[in-house]
Write a protein that binds this ligand. Structure first.
Ligand code: FMN
Length: 208
């Protein structure tokens, strides 16, 4: 059975553009994939572990070939638990708002928790990194309200898609469907653009 995990990083609930687009994607995905199991990981639900001193210490210990002990062992187990939930999926849907030109910090926290040696990546001193999440595909919904590819530098820069897309590819997920909704609050006709993007999300969910 196919398992799709929706990793949601907007805290804005009913006001969220990315969650609305993800909802449209999932509604049409369900119709063409009636047997798929769909899980949602709301990164704001309080279950994502911190990645602080103990976890960072554990990571460096594992990298050096040692076994984490004491508080590091507990932090490592929490990271492993989050990774297991993530890796149990064959397909991903990410909703990713632009926050200060990049991704919300909770998504970066998620990336820092799961991106571990032997989990998301392998490492060889000569060959470098190898992504271990191969054979999976992802759809990513990017939203923003100021930055746009058609706007000048006064509207900010895009470290959102380049960063997140690179992380996915680094992790081994190279089959990526991108859906963007980035109207300019001042000049664009957001309603018309929203309709176009929702149609795109419907089509993408169906074909995913
Ligand atoms: C903390 C915060 C920072 C934001 N920073 C940017 C930004 O740098 N560039 C931009 O285009 N929009 C920015 N926005 C606007 C959001 O990207 C926009 O409202 C988008 O729809 C958020 O996704 P959501 O509706 O799914 O929550 C920011 C919004 C918030 C709450």
């Amino acid at each position: 059975m196919t398992r799709l995990l929706h990793v949601s990083s907007s805290p804005r609930g009913a006001a969220s553009e990315s969650l609305a687009i993800a909802g449209v994607f999932l509604d049409s995905y369900r119709q063409t994939h009636p047997d798929a199991e769909i899980d949602t990981f709301d990164l704001w639900d309080g279950s994502l572990p911190a990645f602080g001193p103990a976890a960072a210490g554990a990571k460096m210990a594992v990298f050096a070939g040692a076994t984490p002990a004491g508080p590091q062992a507990s932090a490592w187990q929490e990271a492993q638990g989050t990774f297991r939930r993530f890796a149990a999926a064959d397909e991903y849907l990410f909703s990713v708002p632009m926050w200060n030109a990049s991704v919300p910090y909770i998504l970066k926290q998620f990336i820092d928790v799961v991106s571990q040696p032997g989990m998301v990546f392998g490492f060889d001193a000569e060959r470098g990194y190898t992504g271990l999440l191969t054979g999976r595909k992802a759809a990513v919904v990017y939203t923003g309200a100021v930055w746009g590819a058609d706007r000048g530098p006064a509207f900010g820069r895009d470290f959102q898609q380049p960063y997140f897309d690179d992380w996915l590819r680094w992790a081994g997920v190279t089959d990526i469907t991108t859906i963007r909704f980035q109207p300019n609050l001042v000049t664009a006709d957001a309603a018309a653009e929203r309709e176009i993007v929702h149609t795109r999300a419907r089509d993408a969910g169906k074909a995913f």
